[in-house]
Design a protein around this ligand. Sequence first.
Ligand SMILES: *Cc1c(COP(=O)(O)O)cnc(C)c1O
Length: 427
Amino acid sequence: MKQTFQPIAPPARLLMGPGPINADPRVLRAMSAQLVGQYDPWMTRAMDETQALYRQVFKTANEQTMLVDGTSRAGIEAALVSLIEPGDRVLVPIFGRFGHLLREIAERAGAEVHVIETDWGQVFPLRAIEEAITRVRPKVLAVVHGDTSTTVAQPLDGLGEICAREGVLFYTDVTASIGGNEFPTDDLGLDAVTAGLQKCLGGPSGSSPVTFSQKAVDVIYGRKSVEAGIRGEGDVAAADPIRSNYFDLAMIFDYWGPKRLNHHTEATTMLYGARECARLLVEEGIDDAVARHELHGRAMLEGVRGLGLDVFGDTSHKMNNVVAVVIPDGIDGDGARSALLDDFGIEIGTSFGPLHGKVWRIGTMGYNARKDAVLTTLSALESVLRRGGVSVTAGGGVGAAYDVYDDVVSPAPAPVVTESLDAGSAR
Ligand SMILES: *Cc1c(COP(=O)(O)O)cnc(C)c1O
């Protein structure tokens, strides 16, 4: 039976949850460009440019910086399955949902996983992680940087030196934090970093920017195995190859590198999108983008407090780009979220695990880290809460956010230079 459907025409939404967020229109435009062949010189140049752009985004000199096709967890899985051989010890400090994910992926890669845990909303002191490293002696330390499930970011300063001293590979997942929070890969001494586009980078999910230090690259190339169909002179089949073909980083490096050794067909449209995300960020300036996230995140934080609501977690370690709001007594959290969506077209986030039903998560990230998005969300939230019978401070949300914005000393506007049309005759 023939079935026909309407063309895609999504409703207008303002996505103010913990991701995905509305993609920057420039990213969407880049993604509507026509395909070219995988080895077309134009395409390989676009790949090289994408690598150069992401070195800037990650603040790294790492040669092996590229995209893994798939959502953020594709990058995580590629990093872990390529670094870990079955039986290797891995240490995972868990402070939220994504720490549990790292443990799960490392276990599936055959690692002997050791974890330390802290309450959701808290982070680890450096010495707790150092103590676990010296006790466990892992091959890899795998730690989430910013965990959207709890809104806090684990400070990573000092861990790089400890890992280097102890001979540990240092990996982190920066999907939620990169672009919106300070993150200098090389200064932090990281060996492997993976990300995604759908948070502060302002793109859709589906591509995972990744970067690897020479130390990590040596470990990964040490496990290299070339597929029979494309094996050349001197190429070998490893006895115990990386346990995934798609996520075999040794092959992915050779595909992105000068050898252009055939692996997957690059997801061209996602590459266009990822390249534009990085171009936008570099054009704005990475540090300016972080400052923008800090400003709008602070306006949202003060705004929800101004409404009389409580904020969850250790706010001294809160990421710039997301806040967890304690759902006030007397209102159905999911009902309020539905009202925001149905009546205002605004999406905010629910929560997982121990926080489910207790907090909403509101993001201010990427394209939506903007004053109008913050004020509109606070205003709509006030209306929904009031209608739901919660007593809120009238105008308190928008007012507190305005106070944050009013305090910002905006840079003096650049002088406008107008070329007079009749400059010649005036002289
Ligand atoms: C949002 C988020 C992800 C998302 O992973 P996807 O595969 O893109 O869904 C991964 N890690 C962290 C820390 C996140 O906050």
